[in-house]
Ligand binder design. Structure first.
Ligand code: HEM
Length: 539
């Protein structure tokens, strides 16, 4: 049945042939011709299907969509039944799921897998930015951002590293102060971590820093959270376009667009302010870098080619949005998971604190230089990333042409997802994968080892662009928090759940925690602001 519906063009052709025959021939001959044609077509379609990876197929139109539930969990179950490369149809989208790390690596290092699927949501975003763009625009933007972000300190080397450490330290100090203000009473730490992490990425991209309680920051966060919720509401429309025309769904989609417009208006104000004070020989942040690039292209007469002919400022605004959403939620969720795992594993917590006390001492805060001497602290972060797999399906890839993978055909335009949570919990790769054990990342001579099946940042050509920043940030926030505070539950409270909330990332469910200062409180160390950083809002 599914085959007949999905091949309506063929049916139409057959119908035409039959009509033609009716007018010229007798009924039995007509029927025989029709049946033969249908059988031939059926065989051709079945042959095509046999080339696809195996997998479950659902009813016509909706496919496996009604049985999907929580995607990464359902895919994990299906991988157990159908193997490490399976496919299924979700609405009108063929989805291919990879859960073998070698296969994921093999696929994602190939140019053909750098495409993004063409879905209604992608159309809303207009293929702009970095995360949802593909083809030449993505390639040029990836190269450009890679180079420019290194200049802003997303590197482990040289002055850039120092500059980035300075920025992060500012936010670490602020966060420590805010946590200390709670005076050891139970709090929901989520908003404080969100603020600190946002300030790092907003500093790099727009020279903006928000203070606690800032209305603009709260609005931005609200828009992002509402965006996620609305995206969930219209999610089925990604697979069945007609779904978005159901009552209520069109409004949700409209609201997504309105929210995006409001965020873009915020970015536009900052772009305009930057343009007024632009010094083309000295870029303060990523907005300046883009404005200088635009000016340069204009003066060299190649403005029309810049960003593959797309609107320059729209592209810049989408880049700002992409980096804010990619760089904020991921790190905040990871840090919140670190707190969860520390509460659930007091022995690990104690060992991290012992290591910090013996290597760093109590007289100063940890810094990036200490990272190399704190293997247990670092591997506690790695183990958190492994167990939480906060981006379990990475971002969806889509082959730009029909490709062959492991003997199967992966058609152009299909959706290809890596099942990172499956790789991270595979008992054939990890000893007792459900146990929280940072030492698994430390080899016999005490060195940290990152096996190739550890892939929290994805792999290949579209691997995370912010992994260096993420590692630095997570280390600084986590090490300083553990150095300064004992993390405890309020009396009688149960341990926070390992079940996460599925949104853009998998974040821990809300919980309250006490930050009890350890030893003498650290005197605040004044660190000069980045010269261009603007403070927004009231303390
Ligand atoms: C714990 C923190 C983070 C994790 C776990 C993480 C994970 C990921 C993953 C799994 C992908 C998709 C890879 C793929 O599709 O194959 C990705 C893409 C991306 N990430 Fe991250 N990320 C983190 C932090 C950051 C930060 C701080 C930034 C900001 C600079 C960032 C920027 C990006 C961008 C721009 C992409 C898209 C790259 C592209 O499409 O070419 N990420 N990240």
């Amino acid at each position: 049945m599914l085959l007949f519906i999905t091949n309506s063009k063929i049916l139409w052709g057959i119908w035409q042939v039959l009509n033609f025959c009716v007018s010229r021939t007798s009924t039995p001959l007509l029927l025989a011709t029709g049946v033969i044609l249908l059988l031939v077509r059926l065989i051709m379609i079945l042959r095509e299907i046999r080339k696809l990876p195996p997998g479950p197929w659902g009813p016509p139109v909706v496919g496996y969509l009604p049985f999907l539930g929580v995607r990464h969990k359902t895919f994990l179950q299906l991988a157990r039944s159908y193997g490490t490369l399976f496919s299924t149809r979700l609405g009108n989208q063929l989805t291919v799921v990879l859960s073998d790390y070698k296969l994921i690596r093999e696929a994602f290092r190939r140019e053909e897998f750098t495409g993004r699927p063409s879905t209604p949501m992608m159309h809303t975003l207009d293929g702009l930015g970095i995360i949802n763009s593909d083809g030449r625009l993505w390639k040029s933007q990836r190269r450009f951002l890679h180079e420019k972000l290194r200049e802003f300190g997303m590197t482990y080397m040289g002055n850039g590293k120092k500059m980035m450490e300075g920025r992060i330290k500012n936010e670490v100090h602020d966060l420590m102060d805010n946590l200390r203000r709670s005076e050891g009473s139970p709090i929901d730490a989520n908003p404080l971590f969100a603020l600190a992490v946002s300030n790092v990425i907003c500093g790099i991209t727009m020279s903006v820093r928000f203070n606690h309680g800032d209305a603009r920051f709260e609005r931005l966060n609200f828009l992002i959270e509402e965006g996620m919720r609305l995206f969930g509401e219209v999610h089925y429309g990604e697979y069945i376009p007609l779904y978005n025309y159901l009552p209520g769904k069109a409004q949700a989609k409209e609201k997504v667009a309105q929210n995006r417009a409001e965020m873009f208006a915020f970015y536009q104000t900052l772009i305009d302010e930057h343009r007024e004070t632009l010094d083309i020989n000295n870029s303060r942040d990523l907005i300046d870098v883009y404005l200088i690039e635009i000016e340069k292209a204009k003066s060299e007469g190649r403005a029309g080619e810049l960003f593959e002919g797309r609107d320059h400022e729209l592209q810049l605004k989408q880049i700002l949005g992409d980096l804010f959403s990619a760089g904020m939620e991921t790190i905040k969720s990871s840090l919140m998971w670190m707190i969860v795992f520390m509460l659930r594993n007091p022995d690990v917590k104690r060992r991290v604190q012992e290591e910090l006390d013996s290597v760093v001492g109590r007289g100063r805060l940890p810094n990036i230089e200490d990272m190399a001497h704190l293997p247990y602290t670092e591997t506690t972060i790695l183990e958190t990333l492994r167990m939480s797999s906060i981006v379990p399906l990475a971002t969806t890839h889509s082959p730009t042409r029909d490709v062959n993978l492991n003997g199967y055909k992966i058609p152009a335009g299909s959706q290809v997802v890596p099942l990172i949570n499956c790789v991270h919990m595979d008992p054939n790769l990890w000893d007792e994968p459900k146990q929280f054990n940072p030492s698994r990342f430390i080899d016999d001579d005490g060195k940290i080892r990152r096996p190739e099946y550890f892939m929290p940042f994805g792999v290949g050509r579209r691997m995370c662009l912010g992994d260096i920043l993420a590692r630095m940030e997570m280390f600084m926030f986590f090490a300083c928090m553990m150095h300064q505070f004992d993390i405890c539950l309020e009396d009688g409270a149960s341990l926070p759940s390992l079940e996460g909330i599925v949104g853009a990332t998998i974040a821990p469910m809300s919980f309250r925690v006490k930050f009890v200062p350890r030893g003498a409180p650290e005197p605040p160390i004044p660190i000069p602001d980045h010269p261009h950083l603007r403070h927004v809002g009231a303390h």
